[in-house]
Design a protein around this ligand. Sequence first.
Ligand code: NAD
Ligand code: MG
Length: 385
Amino acid sequence: MKTITILGSTGSIGTQALSLVRLHPDRYRVAALTAHRNADLFFEQVREFRPAFAALTGVRPGEEPPIPDGLSFCTFAFGPDALHTAAADVPADMVLVSIVGIAGLAGVLDALNAGRQVLLANKEALVTGGHLVTDLAARVGKPLLPVDSEHSAIFQCLQGAAGNTPVSLLLTASGGPFRTWPREKIDRATPAEALRHPNWSMGAKITVDSASMFNKALEIMEARWLFGLPAEKIRVVVHPQSIVHSAVEFADGAVVAQLGIPDMRVPIGYAMSYPERLPTGGERLDLIRMASLTFEEGDPVRFPALRLAGECLRAGGAACTVLNGANEAAVAAFLQEKIPFGGITRLVEEAVEALPGLPADSIDEIYEADRRARQFVAERMKGGL
Ligand code: NAD
Ligand code: MG
């Protein structure tokens, strides 16, 4: 029996993790849950999974919703400070960080500081604070367990590596809904079109990131910190069927890949039960039924995110944080229909260019770079796009 705390329990990853708890009640017990604002689903989850502590982190003092009857077994908290309590103060064997955006960074650091095993879905924590997070994880002796499907795939491929370091990582990408679209059409895409991902059902932000391929840019950065290889050795391979979840190449030319139906319960479950494997309730891969698996080069002209990832990693400092902060702000503006889809890439490129050389040696410097990137986007949007 393992106890698990889930930060961001009402999201796409959080609810799928809870479906695995539901499937294996003899293996997992929920210690604490946090959600941001979705009170209805949050209280429903508390009723079903009976954590000792639960928090709505996006609720301001004075706005607390009434606590439904029959939940007196749980201590409730409201507001952003409760994230620390859930991550660090409530005892748990593992903490799944499935919050979206840089908001996940504090939760990751808090959980590691408390010596917890972190299961990491939140890629933005490594994009912005990769060096702080990986240093701390090494110091407390709790290496991160990746949940992102590509990184879980690479992690699984490395289980059989017997100490051999890969010479390169092959990071697969579905290519998103605009893979074959011309640039002018991509520039004018609507939120409804960007939210129609061909293979995965995910939260809104990461779905838009998949359409712009900023998701792959963030994943290149995530892979750099998880596996310690430079950007030059991380190759994006567009694979529209999303069956090969990623691969590693060794010195002798052998390529080891992990395959499966696109179903996030597999990487979430692998992190939860690692090193054991348990059923997830999902469909199984039948290679005979796969008509074909295809692979192609990503296009950095239509998807400049692919080029920006390497540039920001090479620039160092807070360049990746600036990319991430500008992207978060731009995606939010796009979803509110304030800017066209093409504006996301334009704003991020301009922010990265306008804010070079910012330091990122401490959490305060990272937050400052994030704030300046968002401020840049807000100011730039006033001029119209
Ligand atoms: P989502 O939007 O569906 O859910 C986000 C969760 O975080 C919700 O529970 C929400 O209440 C909470 N939250 C939102 N803003 C918050 C804030 N400011 N502070 C605290 N909590 C907040 O997102 P998702 O699709 O589940 O993605 C979560 C993370 O996992 C992201 O970093 C994403 O990149 C990563 N990820 C997701 C998938 C996927 O299939 N959904 C796959 C790989 C990686
Ligand atoms: Mg991924």
